[in-house]
Design a protein around this ligand. Structure first.
Ligand code: PAF
Length: 322
């Protein structure tokens, strides 16, 4: 509620809340130098510039204010201002979003970015807006890959019985159950210790996250399964956003777009540089993976989590985007 306190003090001095200087806290789960950190800073810098300093900002990085699920709840009750989060826990609040979490749905980065920047992305941001949250812009986490401490994973049989942390996302859990692993949902702030202590054998995340979190300290193997694209979104609290003028709202929207562009540029850079970085830090990077058997099992076990409720229309529309 920092913005509210500062806003209240400034409002006394300046007269109206619209004129008051507000400090916006941007929460996320990774380090300030990660792709989320770079995106958060771009948000803050753009908002400060556009508003001529009427809004300032600061990052609350590395899950300081809780895991992604906690931060989303914080937005709903007004204790958080702005959050950059993966869609991992978002389906618990906006079930239509599960469509984006389906494994082996997006062909590549171009496909995913086109879908999210187009009509479908806007429709889903609007859905978010119907659930006591404000969806400002789609940003990105990246294609997720499996890491573990036990063995090189090349086929679904290699996943057999592997205790694998997943996000708190029922599509992902169903997918990994289908592929043979033992999925264990867990908030990200607990993950490093859980791997260190052997509570789980592995996890799955994009190169961006594996490198930002230095998972090589507790994981030996990374298999480039690319089993699911992990979108991220810049969310704001209705408690903050609904009180803004139209001009201020447009600053927030532009800041969120700048944030997405900065994060995506960092994802692009790390997709290249990250593989070398993981190898330099002692990880065995497994690249010769036939994705077809993983896809067959994952689709069979997880698509119905979404289609039982919403049918296949959205999936067909996403696949049709060229
Ligand atoms: O694994 C997760 O929970 C997410 O990918 C992360 C690292 C919090 C980034 O959104």
């Amino acid at each position: 509620m920092k913005h509210a306190v500062i806003g209240a003090i400034a409002a006394i001095t300046l007269g109206t809340a619209a004129e008051a200087q507000q400090n916006v806290v941007v929460g996320h789960s990774l380090s300030p130098t990660s792709h989320y950190g770079v995106g958060a800073q771009a948000f803050i810098d753009t908002l400060t510039d556009l508003s001529g300093g009427a809004f300032t900002g600061e990052q609350a990085p590395a899950g300081q204010l809780g895991g992604e699920r906690d931060m989303i709840e914080g937005l709903q009750i007004g204790s958080m201002d702005v959050v950059i989060t993966s869609t991992g826990p978002l389906g618990n609040f906006v079930p239509e979003i599960y469509a984006l979490d389906l494994p082996f749905l997006f062909r590549d980065y171009d496909h995913a970015r086109k879908v999210l920047d187009g009509e479908i992305g806007q429709e889903l941001l609007d859905k978010i807006g119907e659930n006591n949250l404000v969806g400002l812009a789609w940003t990105e986490n990246g294609f997720r890959h499996v890491t573990n401490s036990q063995r090189a994973v090349r086929t679904p049989a290699d996943l057999d019985g592997l205790k694998l942390r997943t996000m708190e996302n029922k599509v992902h859990m169903a997918a990994f159950q289908g592929m043979g692993a033992a999925p264990t949902p867990m908030a990200f702030p607990e993950l490093f210790t859980a791997m260190q202590q052997g509570v789980v054998d592995g996890q799955e995340n994009p190169v961006t996250v594996i490198t930002a979190a230095k998972f090589w300290e507790v994981q030996k193997y990374v298999s480039l399964t690319g089993h699911v694209y992990s979108p991220a979104v810049v969310l704001a609290s209705p408690a903050l956003y609904d009180g803004l003028t139209d001009e201020q709202k447009s600053w927030f929207q532009q800041a969120a777009k700048a944030s997405a562009a900065a994060s995506r540029a960092e994802v692009n850079r790390l997709e290249e540089a990250g593989i070398a970085l993981m190898r330099e830090n002692g990880m065995e990077v497994i690249t010769d993976i036939d994705k077809a058997p993983f896809a067959e099992l994952a689709e069979k076990s997880s698509y119905s989590v979404y289609t039982d409720q919403y049918g296949t229309e959205m999936i067909d529309r996403i696949k049709a985007v060229e």
